[in-house]
Design a protein around this ligand. Structure first.
Ligand SMILES: C[S@@+](CC[C@H](N)C(=O)[O-])C[C@H]1O[C@@H](n2cnc3c(N)ncnc32)[C@H](O)[C@@H]1O
Ligand SMILES: Nc1nc2[nH]cc(C(=O)O)c2c(=O)[nH]1
Ligand code: SF4
Ligand SMILES: [Mg+2]
Length: 214
């Protein structure tokens, strides 16, 4: 049984695939935080910007089989998509608690490329086409290779220098957004300054928050 908080069609807002039309499938639950505000301060990840509790969001629900969830995702991809390759991004919560090879096989058979946003603490199943790893504090990083490493910045216990040698195709710093209203401009400035001084790293802004498309 897959538990999905929400699923929706939007543009990937972050990282190297920013701007790409995508079905987002947000699984419920995370191994680094309960999702309850009263537990945030003592959680293993304390800066999360996402509600991932339950299955009550838009397009959310419980899916008994990989076929059922794959069909739910396919139904969100537009019919008139031209030559664009169908693209699904699994996120959460922590998607690697639920994503399995059977679901990936089903999506491939429907023509999808499968992307994942993970905190890197769990082993990924086979078949993922685009793997984005986003380390969290001092939690052990099990996934040390992938397509992009997207580090939320700054994190005292996870400085960029600790990851710069790993086997990733792209290295991004994404300013930590702690405000319910506006991104803190000082955090963005510090992130920009780091990228200027260390050009291995590129700036990732959360463009969906800026443009307001989800
Ligand atoms: C909500 S997480 C879900 C996927 C997975 N659990 C993870 O942490 O990568 C999706 C993306 O948002 C990033 N993120 C979470 N909270 C953020 C914040 N307050 N500011 C900026 N990025 C944030 C994460 O680092 C990750 O790249
Ligand atoms: N548009 C959009 N792009 C995103 N990229 C990563 C997101 C996530 O929450 O994993 C996200 C999200 O929530 N919305
Ligand atoms: S690991 Fe990801 S989903 Fe879990 S609390 Fe941190 S940012 Fe949120
Ligand atoms: Mg998000």
């Amino acid at each position: 049984m897959y538990q999905v908080k929400e699923a929706f069609y939007t543009l990937q807002g972050e990282g190297a695939q920013a701007g790409r039309a995508s079905v987002f499938c947000r699984f419920s639950g995370c191994n680094l935080w309960s999702g309850r505000e009263q537990d945030r301060a003592t959680a293993r990840c304390t800066f999360c910007d996402t509600d991932f509790i339950g299955t009550d969001g838009h397009g959310g629900g419980r899916f008994a089989t990989p076929e059922a969830l794959a069909q739910h995702i396919l139904a969100m991809w537009p019919n008139e998509a031209g030559n664009a390759t169908p693209y699904v991004v699994f996120t959460g919560g922590e998607p690697l608690l639920q994503l399995d090879a059977a679901l990936i096989v089903n999506l491939h058979s429907l023509g999808f490329e499968v992307a994942v946003e993970t905190n890197g603490t769990l082993r990924p199943p086979a078949g993922i086409d685009w793997l984005c790893v986003s380390p969290k504090g001092n939690n052990p990083l099990v996934v040390q290779r992938g397509d992009e490493l997207k580090l939320v910045y700054p994190q005292v216990e996870a400085p960029p220098e600790a990851f710069a040698h790993l086997d990733f195709g792209h290295f991004f710093l994404q300013p930590m957004d702690l405000s319910p209203v506006d991104q803190d401009t000082d955090t963005v400035s510090r992130t920009t300054a780091y990228c200027l001084a260390h050009p291995q790293w590129r700036l990732s802004l959360q463009t969906h928050k800026i443009a307001g498309f989800d």
